[in-house]
Design a binder for this molecule. Structure first.
Ligand code: ATP
Ligand code: MG
Length: 469
């Protein structure tokens, strides 16, 4: 028979443990026992219980401390305190710390059973609420997003998990890695999906206007404020606001943003009464915010508030296995747009060039390359001469990086360092040596190199390092 619920009983007196165990297991509950507060906390860490019965005075940590620690592990824990000396102060203090109720010794069996039954009911309602919320969350739409590598699988699994919550998310990654795409996916998989998704680029708006853009202003609040204007936070009420390039916020704006996150309210420029809003914040940046914190450019408290859930998007060159599926996705997309019929099957030569290119502009750059190729293709497939010159010729790509032109404006590489080629040569050399040493045994070579075998295998493929036959 399924048990009615799980109970943890914590009391230093053996006789009390026995009595409670007898009453509760007699009523069909599964009971575990702890002799000290420490033991109880540890037991709760291993497995959450439906209800905890906790003695107040015990040697070691007190029942109140154990209560606090268990609430720290599970904020929905249902804990009933038991005490022979139920002073008003203890009761208040237990209640403030999150206890569900207080039971005085000596107690009646029925009293214990009634309180436990009520606790279980509360617990079940809470579980139902959480399940409901999860069931209502939608999954990421894989028709408009290519989830193309293990790393991106992990990213989108996280997206689906955090979507239903309200937590602030910080998306980081180089330019063009898909930060906005991820932010939108979170919004769309959330219960806010039918409310606005508001994008704010913190770089494009002049910094003296940013505050009034975000928080709104009254008529005449400053020169030029000819009429009152709603702030973007108010426009996004109930939905999500996406703060792109968050690293560019001025210190004053950082303070005000911190306040919105903490208090869920803000005061429009020129106004005195604050406005309450329910907005989920997703921030993105391609600069190293931790470094900015160290340099005093970004507030540490704001950084921690923003990065409750950090999502890091790897550069495309670190997920080369995604290049083929993305290429096919973009061929489909631009076939539709241009009413063309270019084959999604790409030739080995074209694929090899695409897979070996460095992509300073990441997925956006690949998308542009494919768009161009689809438009200029003269047959029904993409040929090498449809590719941009720097993709066709690695030497040229390197020169462009050095000249600071074209694709190169997206990355900052000091002149004179033969970056792209050197790293590649170095890596190829190391992989060759490891393969030599292990007689071509890939998983052993991977261990030697300290990388995982799938990574090595994809590098071998993309560098074309198969032994000649
Ligand atoms: N996994 C993916 N599947 C399909 N399209 C993608 C994927 N990742 C990125 N893209 C596309 O690549 C382009 C760039 O993505 P996005 O604008 O989200 O990048 P970003 O990181 O915000 O760039 P920036 O830092 O320059 O603002 C978009 O057109 C986006 O749709
Ligand atoms: Mg962006």
């Amino acid at each position: 028979m399924a048990k009615k619920g799980t109970i943890l009983v914590c009391d230093d007196e053996e006789i009390m443990r026995d009595v409670l165990e007898t009453i509760l297991s007699g009523a069909g509950y599964k009971v575990d026992l702890a002799k000290t507060g420490e033991e109880a906390v540890q037991a709760y860490e291993n497995k959450n219980y439906d209800v905890v019965l906790m003695d107040v005075s015990m040697p070691g940590i007190s029942g109140l401390t154990a209560l606090e620690q268990i609430i720290g592990i599970d904020e929905d824990a249902v804990i009933l305190m038991i005490t022979a000396y139920a002073t008003f102060e203890t009761a208040i203090s237990a209640w403030e710390k999150g206890a569900e109720g207080i039971i005085r010794k000596p107690f009646q069996n029925e009293q214990i059973l009634a309180l436990v039954a009520r606790g279980i009911k509360k617990r079940r309602n809470e579980e139902e609420r959480v399940n409901l919320r999860q069931a209502m969350a939608r999954s990421v739409n894989r028709e408009s997003i290519v989830v193309h590598s293990q790393k991106m699988e992990d990213v989108f699994r996280l997206v689906e998990r955090v979507a239903p919550a309200r937590s602030t998310v910080l998306v980081t990654g180089e330019s063009g890695t898909g930060k906005e795409l991820v932010a939108k996916a979170i919004h769309e998989a959330s219960l806010r999906a039918d409310k606005p998704f508001v994008v704010v680029n913190c770089t494009n708006i002049p910094s003296d206007l940013l505050e009034s853009e975000l928080f709104g202003h009254t008529k005449g609040a400053f020169t030029g404020a000819i009429s009152a204007k709603k702030g973007l936070f108010e426009v996004a009420d109930g939905g999500t606001i996406f703060l792109d390039e968050i690293g560019d916020l001025r210190p004053e704006t950082q303070v005000r943003l911190l306040r919105v996150i903490q208090e869920r309210e803000f005061t429009p420029v020129g106004e005195t009464t604050p406005v309450k809003v329910d907005v989920r914040i997703i921030a993105a940046t391609n600069v190293d915010l931790k470094e900015a914190v160290k340099n005093g450019m970004f507030r540490e408290d704001l950084y921690y508030r923003l990065s409750v859930v950090p999502i890091e998007l790897p550069p495309l060159r670190e997920r080369r296995e995604g290049i083929l599926p993305l290429t096919q996705f973009f061929i489909r997309k631009y076939n539709l747009e241009n009413n063309s019929n270019i084959s999604e099957q790409v030739s080995p030569e074209v694929l090899s060039l695409l897979e070996n290119y460095y992509y300073p502009g990441n997925v956006r750059e690949l998308e542009n390359i494919i768009e161009r190729a689809v438009v200029i293709a003269t047959s029904d497939e993409i040929t090498v001469d449809c590719l941009r010159p720097e993709v066709r010729d690695p030497k040229l790509a390197r020169e462009m990086i050095h000249e600071g032109e074209g694709a190169s404006d997206e990355i900052d590489i000091s002149r004179g360092v033969n970056f792209y080629d050197e790293v590649r040569k170095f890596e190829v050399d190391l992989i060759r040596r490891a393969l030599d040493q292990t007689g071509g045994h890939q998983s052993r070579a991977a261990r030697l190199l300290g990388m995982n075998a799938t990574t090595l295998n994809s590098k071998i493929k993309s560098y074309n390092l198969f032994p000649e036959n």
